[in-house]
Design a protein around this ligand. Structure first.
Ligand code: PMV
Length: 320
């Protein structure tokens, strides 16, 4: 019987953004991020030893180029120089479209391979290993709210998934399908070409500090404007990159404007965006349903998902 190491993780959605690397080689962030691990959306990954590396995502064979440096670093870290892996991963939500599937995907992959290597998949180790695949993948190793500080090699748990039971995220899916420029390429382009990049980096610590305090106090009035400031400053470095990075679609802008008027009507609904056109809205649970209805009426053709803070990485053995 073949034993399969199995791991599951949810995507990590940043309230305060990581964009830009302190070290490209070591994949450490130039800006600290504060994120929430989402419930209900899952990357589920099974790994076993094989004759050659082979990775499928949602049943499709992947080009190993994107994964080879990650697999090689992991082999070195886990003392498995000669080992090769067969990996099958599935996401129950759109892949590579700015719904943070790389965060959950690499967290689950690092967790499954750590278990397969016979090591205890304890969060600090898996967080460090997951970083080699994707910086945001350091975070969903932990449930609830997490912080990945600038220059660090692993994320830390900030508050667990029960800390703020009324906290929800409404995900408005504007376009399905993979994005044109990966965040890895995009953030390096911003660092090298945006005249605003240095200001983005130097002003981000105070936004992060303020947001951690506001979150600790569960204070929407203080947290919301900082969430908005973080993604709009990040996008300022994207728009001003050369060539520019424009991940937005007309519906993204329509949603941003709809949310501005909904806030004026009393909603505590604060949007963010990542390297893709989707708009993600943080709001209190008792407003989520009405908010979806309002947004659906104002911007047509969208798909909505709602998530709460969810658990961190789970790992176990499957028999096959
Ligand atoms: O680590 P990556 O390559 O998934 O980059 C994440 C970048 C953003 O999603 C835009 C921001 C973030 O902190 O998640």
């Amino acid at each position: 019987m073949r034993r399969l190491a199995h791991a599951e993780a949810g995507p990590s959605l940043a309230l305060i953004k990581y964009w830009g690397k302190a070290s490209a080689e070591n994949n450490t962030p130039a800006t600290g991020s504060l994120a929430v691990t989402l419930s209900g959306l899952t990357s589920s990954t099974r790994a076993s030893f094989a004759d050659a590396d082979r990775i499928t995502v949602n049943g499709q064979i992947q080009n190993l180029e994107r994964f080879a440096p990650f697999l090689d670093s992991l082999r070195a870290e886990l003392g498995l120089a000669g080992a090769r892996f067969a990996v099958d991963s599935t996401n129950n939500f759109p892949t590579a479209a700015g719904l943070a599937s790389s965060s959950s995907g690499f967290a689950a992959l690092a967790g499954a391979l750590t278990l397969l290597a016979g090591r205890e998949p304890e969060p600090r180790l898996v967080s460090r290993l997951a970083r080699l695949g994707s910086g945001s993948a350091t975070r969903p190793v932990y449930g609830g709210f997490t912080v990945f500080e600038a220059g660090q090699e692993e994320a830390v748990a900030e508050h667990d998934e029960n800390f703020w039971p009324e906290f929800r995220v409404v995900l408005a899916v504007v376009r399905e399908g993979a994005k044109a420029v990966s965040s890895r390429v995009g953030m390096e382009r911003s660092r090298l070409t945006s005249p605003y990049y240095d200001q983005w980096v130097s002003t981000s610590p105070s936004v992060l500090t303020g947001a951690r305090k506001a979150l600790a106090e569960r204070d929407w009035n203080a947290l919301g404007p900082l969430i908005r400031q973080s993604y709009l400053r990040m996008f300022s470095t994207m728009f001003s990159s050369n060539p520019p990075l424009i991940y937005w679609q007309p519906e993204s802008m329509a949603l941003i404007q709809a949310l501005e008027s909904l806030r004026a009507e009393g909603y505590q609904a604060w949007e963010t965006m990542d390297a893709g056109p989707q708009v993600k809205v943080f709001c209190p649970a008792d407003q989520a349903e009405a908010l979806v209805k309002e947004l659906d009426q104002r911007v047509s053709g969208l798909r909505f998902l709602t998530a709460a803070p969810g658990p961190g990485l789970r790992t176990w053995w499957d028999q096959n």
